[in-house]
Design a protein. Structure first.
Length: 65
């Protein structure tokens, strides 16, 4: 998302406005991983990292209850 905020920083700003917002990160970049994102944003069940190419079954399990 250059220039400016990256996706993870954008999520942090969005959560300041709406802490209940659910986020799905969809990326083809291998440099994003769950541990790094969790360190930046804190542990939360309000976001999911989905790496492309993704499995249809994996996507089908991403739903709200």
């Amino acid at each position: 998302m250059p220039p400016g905020w990256d996706g993870v920083e954008t999520i942090g700003h969005l959560w300041k406005v709406d802490p209940d917002l659910q986020i799905v990160i969809c990326t083809a970049h291998s440099d994003y991983n769950w541990r790094d994102i969790s360190k930046q944003l804190g542990m939360s069940d309000s976001f999911v990292v989905l790496k492309k190419p993704f499995d249809v079954i994996e996507v089908s399990h991403l739903h709200t209850h």
